[in-house]
Design a protein around this ligand. Structure first.
Ligand code: FAD
Length: 604
């Protein structure tokens, strides 16, 4: 049976100590919860994931979702998870009491779904998309839509999806062509097709509630003409029963990873009888959908971070057992007559393990911080605080989505490498993680699109206010950490990174002033990588600072090795990863323009 590779102690350290869940629980909105109840909830989710998710992880890869006789077949455990997860509140948890929720903080929701992701990343999207779709109806739908759909979605009886992508409209949603034709009734008739729809159809759920972006006939071109509709697979008839709504499944995409998570091709209105109900006002659909997309971007980062963590622990377990080669002695010679050693004693293997550790735990810390910002943006005491945390969340979101996904590919590749030839074989789980993580930098907006969002929109909004706030937060952490002399070399390094980052900003902002927008965003990917490296350094400094405090307090002497390991990992990050900013800063400051359109042909 595959193990559930989750480091619950590290998760709780980051959640409770580094990012201070207790402070968030003091807000009025969460007053019914306390640290004890939240930690018990996480323990229950861990048990649930060990029992109901981890044992099916390999099986779901080996028996992938597929299209057969007009239907999509998925693993039967998907149906079990939806019902049991729904009953446990894993879909409804974050919603208001009045909407059937439990008002748990986003920080705890992220932690709980992260535990599930570590156990089986093929499974969590089914519940996650249902939550996201319900959230859209709750926020923007009218009372009738809410009453008709939300209760059954929160219990996991019905599932939700997000239907954006079309064959000719992927990154560029402004080109979507699915049509919504007004009728005399309260509904529109939908016509079009959507591809790559995660969790879009299968036999273990009696109804799918699709949240569909479409263009009302006669709507303006571009993103301003897009509206949002609830389009159920089966509509509710006058007898409160279900009848088919002319939503048909044309196929299921076969994939290199996440093979247990179906990816459907859906046809709407082939027989001109597909009814869709408008959510909110016409032409504001993309704006509404951003609520679900922003949540989904955090969920994607979380899923990737969890895969990195699971892969790290699987490769660590192997490195502790595999005996191969001899350790190089202090004098630089291998003692050939000495006994062979386990590979964890080789410096290069330790490098690969440490790289995975810093990416896994750094990403997790970022995820929990972003979730805290979400909680504060909604429920902080003053409007000024809400606005501040909203802006901080905005600037972090593209990085939360992209860093765990992009660096996750590299980290998991290193995890596989730790196993040598065995890593390439199906017998070991690393190859599955390696295939599974590949999609994370593609769906929910590719890394290219996230980079453009970060530099082209977030870094410039309100005159760069979000970036300013972020820099202030990082500086604040640096000044707190300087009380430990062991940390001052690292706070100085991070402060000097901030100065260099500001120099890059000056160069980039000048390009916008000069109207050179294509040049401004040409190296957006390097900008995202540069800022990501700085932000993860910040996460590690905070973890080291918290560890130093815990060691100084000396209340948990049995945990000293745990805290020392965090400080060691921080040092590794600052020495091995952070210096990579130099290359990115240099590329950005050079403004070479080598990648933008030129008069001459390059690809000959
Ligand atoms: C497994 C899976 C699950 C998915 N689930 C869903 C789902 O549930 N719902 C849904 O609606 N969609 C879903 N998608 C679709 C996914 O979001 C898109 O595949 C993704 O947004 C990219 O669109 P595309 O595939 O059309 O690629 P394209 O948009 O054609 O992009 C191709 C390449 O060009 C780059 N590019 C495109 N435009 C620009 C630009 N302006 N500037 C710079 N670079 C650019 C991209 O970064 C990319 O590298 C899923 C996809 C997959 C594979």
């Amino acid at each position: 049976m595959p193990s559930n590779y989750i480091a619950l102690n590290t998760l709780k350290f980051i959640l409770n100590q580094v990012h201070g869940l207790a402070d968030v629980l003091k807000l009025d909105y969460y007053s019914d919860h306390d640290m004890e109840s939240m930690n018990l909830f996480l323990d229950a989710v861990k048990d649930f994931s060990d029992r109901e998710m981890a044992p099916y992880f390999k099986e779901m890869d080996e028996q992938p979702a597929h299209f057969e006789e007009g239907k999509i077949k998925v693993h039967p455990q998907v149906g079990v998870i939806m019902k049991k997860g729904g009953a446990m509140g894993l879909i409804s948890g974050i919603f208001d009491y009045e909407d059937g929720g439990m008002q748990i903080p986003m920080m705890v929701h992220t932690a709980n779904t992260y535990i599930q992701d570590c156990a089986n990343n093929h499974m969590t999207g089914y519940m996650g998309l249902t939550l996201g779709a319900a959230e859209l109806i709750i926020h923007f739908g009218d009372a009738a839509l809410k009453a008709a759909y939300v209760p059954k979605m929160l219990t996991g009886d019905w599932a939700g999806t997000m239907c954006l992508t079309e064959p000719e409209a992927g990154s560029s949603l402004s080109d979507l062509t699915t049509k919504a034709i007004p009728t005399e009734q309260d509904y529109y008739l939908l016509k079009g097709q959507k591809i790559f729809i995660s969790g879009g159809d299968h036999e273990y759920i009696s109804n799918f509630v699709h949240l569909v972006l479409a263009r009302i006939e006669g709507a303006p071109a571009g993103t301003k003409g897009i509206s949002l509709f609830v389009v159920p697979k089966n509509r509710i008839n006058e007898h409160k029963g279900l009848e088919p709504n002319d939503v048909n499944t044309a196929g299921d995409f076969q994939k290199m990873g996440q093979r247990g998570y179906c990816t459907s091709h859906l046809m709407f209105g082939e027989n001109n009888d597909c009814r869709g109900w408008l959510v909110g006002e016409p032409h504001r659909g993309l704006k509404y959908m951003f609520l679900m997309m922003n949540g989904a971007r955090i969920a994607v980062g979380r899923g990737a971070a969890a895969i990195v963590m699971a892969a790290y622990h699987a490769s660590l377990e192997y490195a502790q057992e595999r005996v191969q080669g001899r350790k190089i002695g202090k004098l630089g010679k291998k003692k050939v007559d000495s006994l062979p050693t386990t590979i964890i004693n080789h410096a290069d293997v330790r490098r690969m393990l440490l790289l995975q550790k810093v990416v896994a735990e750094g990403s997790l810390s970022l995820l929990i911080l972003a979730s805290k910002y979400k909680d504060l943006s909604l429920h902080a005491k003053t409007p000024e605080e809400k606005e501040k945390y909203h802006l901080l969340l905005e600037i972090l979101t593209p990085i939360v989505k992209s860093y765990p996904s992009e660096m996750g590919n590299i980290a998991v590749s290193n995890g596989l490498q730790v196993l040598g030839g065995y890593g390439f074989t199906s017998e070991y789980i690393l190859q599955q993680y390696y295939r599974d993580i590949r999609i994370f930098s593609i769906y929910e907006g590719t890394t290219g699109i996230q980079s453009l969002d970060l530099l082209g929109r977030k870094a410039t909004m309100q005159g760069g206010r979000a970036i300013q706030l972020l820099i202030e937060e990082i500086k604040q952490s640096c000044s707190e950490a300087t009380k430990f002399s062991d940390l001052t070399p690292y706070t100085s390094m991070l402060e000097s990174e901030l100065e260099s980052f500001k120099e890059v900003l000056v160069v980039l902002y000048k390009l916008t002033e000069q109207g050179k927008f294509e040049l401004f965003t040409a190296d957006a990917n390097h900008f995202l990588e540069l800022l990501s490296l700085i932000i993860i350094a910040w996460m590690w400094l905070e973890m080291a600072n918290e560890s130093m405090q815990a060691i100084q307090k000396d209340e948990e002497p049995h945990k000293e090795a745990f805290y020392q390991s965090k400080i060691h990992a921080m040092k590794f990050y600052f020495n091995y990863e952070l210096p990579k900013t130099l290359g990115h800063a240099k590329i950005l400051k050079n403004v070479s323009g080598l990648t933008i359109d030129l008069d001459r042909e390059i690809f000959v």
